[in-house]
Design a protein around this ligand. Sequence first.
Ligand code: PDD
Length: 286
Amino acid sequence: MTEIVYLNGEFMPLENARIPVLDRGFIFGDGVYEVIPVYSRHPFRLPEHLARFERSHQAIRIQNPSGDADWTKLVQELVARNAGDDQSIYLQVTRGVAKRDHAFPKDVKPTVFGMSSPLSTPALEAVEGGVHAITAIDYRWLKCDVKSTSLLGNCLLRQTAADAGAVEVVMFRDGFLTEGSSSNVFVVKNGVILATPKNNLVLPGITYDVVVELAQANGLRLEVRPITEAEVRSADEIWVTSSTKEVLAVSTLDEKAVGNGKPGAVFRRMHPLYQDFKRAVMRQAA
Ligand code: PDD
């Protein structure tokens, strides 16, 4: 089945989708996006993703071209037109097409793009064995809470992980944990889950929220507070979370074992809680 994408009001095969080279998404990375996991053809936490999408639009001063009801319809249509029960829906809005000038053009129509990819959740091996991560100084900008398509910093940082054979890069700014290149990071120390506060230095992850809610609902100890680099380096457990990674344990950080080098006890509680929650939500939606 050909991949069907959405571009500016029309559905079409991926290979037919074209944008003008003066699109500010292409020229400046001037846009915002969302990635929404779809399980058994049901989008997971869609209202929350759309609320964050709206906040991203506001943050970069693009008028959101659709309301939540229309976005929901678009997502459902993309899911229906593409193969596979589990998908990853990508939505992107850029400021539109205009003569190259840094300041915003007047009266341009945003470019709206949507696509679906197969959702590849982590392999059992990664869930059971954990994954490698490295560390880096977080040199991105100071608006990391905006889900912007300007991702050069994230891409450069992720490549350092790829070069080292690692899955993710855990970042520090001024001696404190921020996040991964495309995930949030949790730490466990002495049975307590530590979560970074939501501020301008991290993306407010939808998966992060689910993990915090599950910890609270199931009596796991959790503290939301700044986490020092030293705490990360001496953690019993480190987790990365995202819509595509779900919850994954980090087994080595900079080639040093985290805890005993295997996913820890708290992860082994959280992972099934996350899977059960996901399945329960999907059953309700069905
Ligand atoms: N990335 N932090 C960053 C920098 C991210 O790019 C992401 C998600 C997250 C986790 O957010 P969520 O739980 O809402 O997926 C945190 C997506 C998956 C991506 O860019 O592909």
